[in-house]
Design a protein around this ligand. Structure first.
Ligand SMILES: [Zn+2]
Ligand SMILES: [Zn+2]
Length: 314
């Protein structure tokens, strides 16, 4: 009888272990940085999407992990779900950087501020972005002030003040330099936005450039020189045509002046000698991965090239 009971207990334990492993496998369909990758500096694509609510591609967001520092670049919709999926801390980041204030890049900012607080953050979240970031942050906290009051004053016993952000508005230059990890903001042209940034992330052994949203320009080209990885926004040039909607005739002009075509990414990457190009935040207009690759090749870049998917690790 005792033996039987022991067997049953062992079987139950096995079953439980199996279900936990199964659940974890579900979560580990995401890719995570290995310890060696963390030591060198590891980029995780949290969201490779655009304003289009594609369920496979969340809003633009990238994490960069180096040692015990975790940086977040942009806060697209769904960001904190992906942060959890990538096995990163959910109670705050070393620093959060915004490329610009377009809604697709900032829809997850309330999620970043409030979820990290609810998950245990007690100190202000360091937040770096263009002029206007302070106002946006204040408006977010104002919009959720009833929630903040209920969570703080009610039985949840939320930590007072933990939702705050320590905002630094920037116009370019070195914006983070700590324990071998340096981040430089590069002003890029992005239509009518007065301030939009690409970010250069450097560790002792890696140099990664995130274009943010940008039309082609010399500053980003210079910043991308010899980069190990260039993550660049794009659209398939061959698909660009007026759209059948009011104002849709201006669409090609808009795209050309505000974004960078696949061919133009190829031109930039070839000139800059980039070691790996990753296309992300792709305004598809029906274009396939093969068309995008062909577009980049037309621009003259023949090196390694990927089309980003959410959860990719570089
Ligand atoms: Zn934009
Ligand atoms: Zn965008």
């Amino acid at each position: 009888m005792v033996v039987l009971r022991r067997c049953a207990a062992a079987a139950l334990l096995l079953l439980t272990t199996a279900s936990v492993a199964q659940a974890q496998r579900r979560f580990t369909t995401v890719h995570r940085c290995t310890p060696a990758q963390r030591d060198a500096g590891c980029l995780i694509v949290l969201g490779s999407g655009t304003p289009v609510p594609d369920p496979e591609r969340l809003g633009p967001a990238y994490a960069f992990v180096f040692g015990d520092q975790t940086l977040l670049f942009d806060a697209g919709a769904g960001v904190m779900r992906r942060v959890a999926g990538a096995g990163l801390r959910i109670d705050g980041f070393t620093s959060v950087f915004l490329t610009h204030l377009h809604s697709d890049h900032t829809l997850g900012l309330p999620d970043v501020l409030l979820t990290t607080w609810v998950m245990g953050r007690r100190t202000p979240q360091r937040l770096i972005g263009p002029p206007g970031t302070e106002r946006m942050t204040a408006s977010i906290l104002d919009a959720w002030k009833d929630d903040i009051a209920v969570r703080t004053d009610g039985l949840e016993r939320g930590q007072p003040g933990g939702q705050r952000a320590d905002v630094r508005e920037i116009t370019g230059g070195v914006v983070h330099d700590s324990a071998g990890l340096k981040v430089t903001a590069i002003a890029v042209p992005h239509g009518e936005w007065k301030h939009a940034f690409a970010y250069v992330i450097e560790t002792p052994t890696r140099r990664i450039v995130l274009s943010g949203d940008a039309a082609p320009g010399p500053a980003l080209e210079a910043a991308a020189r010899d980069a190990d990885v260039l993550v660049h926004e794009t659209y398939p040039e061959m698909r660009l045509r007026p759209e059948a909607r009011p104002g849709g005739d201006a669409w090609p002009r808009y795209m050309r002046s505000v974004h960078t075509s696949d061919r133009e990414v190829g031109v930039l990457a070839a000139k800059a000698g980039v070691k790996l190009v990753v296309l992300s935040h792709v305004v598809r207009m029906g274009g396939t991965d093969a068309e995008l690759v062909a577009g980049v090749r037309r621009g003259g870049y023949n090196g390694p090239l990927r089309v980003a998917r959410d959860r990719d690790v570089y």
